[in-house]
Design a protein around this ligand. Structure first.
Ligand SMILES: Cc1ncc(COP(=O)(O)O)c(C=O)c1O
Length: 460
């Protein structure tokens, strides 16, 4: 399909990109002999690159973001209308879309009452870390300052978020990192680390309690967890895990921070991933799907109880949350987010995600029957992982180069999938799938067929 109207201009763009753009997560040496890929247009589930080539996007913009699909004119219209009326004022004042989106969001999150706006997932998580520290100073005499995080989870790119990150390859070479962050074990049952045990989920949660007791409950203020770990290998929690985690947090008065940057706003078939498990968080952070990439926005949601802790002493000039995010005042974000939410509701995308997610898992399990290299298939909603192993019995991870070759072969077929990448040393062996919530049966079938073909080509 010839979408690009003036290839000469695109030639110039490619050169400008090669000469001047430093891409994210990319080793640039190969661009000395090959062109960087430039996408120019998207509609629904599909993208076109600068050569006019069409792709089916199985990862919603590469990093599980474009939940409602490409080319949504109604979101563009909502953003434009808002920008010409008022584009910006610092969020120390309110805005119409900011107030209305907060109200709509809170309706979906029983127990939570307050929204703090910023513009990336990392930043939203940093807000929580800062709040936990300020609560420690103001309400616990400096105790309860430590923040627990889990092996294999990711919470963002800033130094604070890396300190709270359980992915060694993301942290390496960026230290020293801030202090006061303590790791707890992951809960991936496929790679069980607690030997024979009755209920794996409960045992994995009890491992958190072991860390709390080792560190001293009095030192721990919060725990930050992904509801389903994303870039660390799409880890769905084992049965019983979350209930026990909640119990432990209550027992030791530890604030529960759920990082919904990936799972939030529909990805798992409910508004939020944590809502599958009946838990009551103290903080929820979200970003990617909030406006599906049509504007940069992230939100930190919390309870009235936490909010009250920051206004209990108005006579103290240091007692409130002294934090600002300049672009947390961009009104395009909540304007886009309101329309994004309307689309999810009016098009029944949560229901579609649950149904298509089942189909995706089912298809992947069929592919697994034909390919011994697939050790494990897991997922929730339109969010699946396929762990590749060299040997099903020993579960030795497949060679990373071969995992990347599968991704490249899908790309050559015109299908974009992902894989865990520079995250867990030796375990970057999980293919990742996160198509937009609008995916239909044909899209899902095309995705899984392409993976089957790529596996045959790479592994025989
Ligand atoms: C679970 C999770 N939390 C936080 C982040 C950081 O978000 P951002 O890149 O918007 O800062 C990411 C990014 O991939 C993520 O996957």
């Amino acid at each position: 399909m010839g979408i690009v109207e003036n290839p000469n201009d695109i030639g110039h763009v490619v050169e400008a990109d090669r000469e001047h753009v430093w891409h994210h997560l990319t080793q640039h040496k190969p661009f000395e002999s090959a062109d960087p890929r430039i996408f120019v247009e998207g509609r629904g589930m599909r993208l076109w690159d600068a050569t006019g080539r069409e792709y089916l996007d199985g990862v919603s913009g590469g990093v599980w973001t474009v939940n409602v699909g490409y080319g949504r004119e109604s979101i563009a219209d909502a953003v434009r209308d808002q920008l010409v009326k008022l584009n910006y004022f610092a969020n120390s004042a309110g805005s119409i879309p900011g107030a209305l989106f907060a109200e709509r969001l809170i309706e979906k999150m029983p127990g939570l009452t307050r929204i703090y706006y910023s513009n990336s997932g990392s930043e939203a998580n940093e807000k929580v870390f800062k709040m936990v520290r300020q609560i420690s100073h103001r309400h616990h005499d400096g105790r309860k300052y430590k923040i627990l995080y889990r092996d294999r989870d990711y919470h963002g790119t800033t130094l604070g978020c890396l300190a709270a990150g359980g992915q060694s390859e993301r942290r390496d070479q960026y230290g020293p990192l801030p202090e006061g962050f303590v790791e707890v074990p992951h809960c991936l049952e496929y790679r069980g680390q607690f030997g024979d045990t009755g209920n794996y989920g409960e045992r994995a949660a009890d491992a958190i309690e072991d860390v709390i007791l080792r560190e001293g409950p009095d030192t721990i203020g919060a725990i930050c967890l992904e509801p389903v770990t994303a870039g660390g290998g799409v880890i769905t929690p084992p049965k019983g895990y979350w209930e026990r985690v909640q119990e432990i947090c209550r027992r030791y008065d530890i604030l529960l921070h759920i990082d919904e940057v990936v799972c939030g706003v529909g990805r798992t078939g409910k508004w939020f991933g944590y809502q599958h498990f009946g838990i009551e968080p103290d903080f929820v952070t979200m970003a990617k799907g909030v406006a599906s990439g049509y504007a940069a926005i992230s939100c930190m949601a919390t309870t009235e109880k936490v909010f009250e802790m920051f206004k209990d002493d108005p006579s103290d000039p240091m007692s409130y949350f002294r934090d600002i995010s300049t672009f947390g005042g961009c009104v395009a974000g909540p304007a886009a987010a309101l329309e994004n939410m309307r689309i999810i509701e009016d098009e029944n995308l949560l229901e579609n995600t649950a149904a298509m997610g089942e189909r995706l898992l089912g298809n992947l399990r069929e592919v697994q029957e034909r390919h011994a290299v697939i050790g494990d298939v897991r997922g929730l909603g339109l969010f699946c992982g396929v762990e590749l192993v060299a040997d099903r019995r020993t579960k030795h991870p497949a060679d990373e180069k071969l995992v990347q070759a599968v991704v490249a072969d899908c790309m050559a077929q015109g299908v974009i999938i992902g894989a865990t990448n520079r995250s867990i040393a030796g375990f970057n062996n999980t293919l990742c799938l996160s198509p937009a919530l609008i995916a239909g049966e044909d899209d899902i079938d095309a995705l899984t067929a392409s993976i089957g073909k790529a596996l045959t080509k790479v592994f025989g």
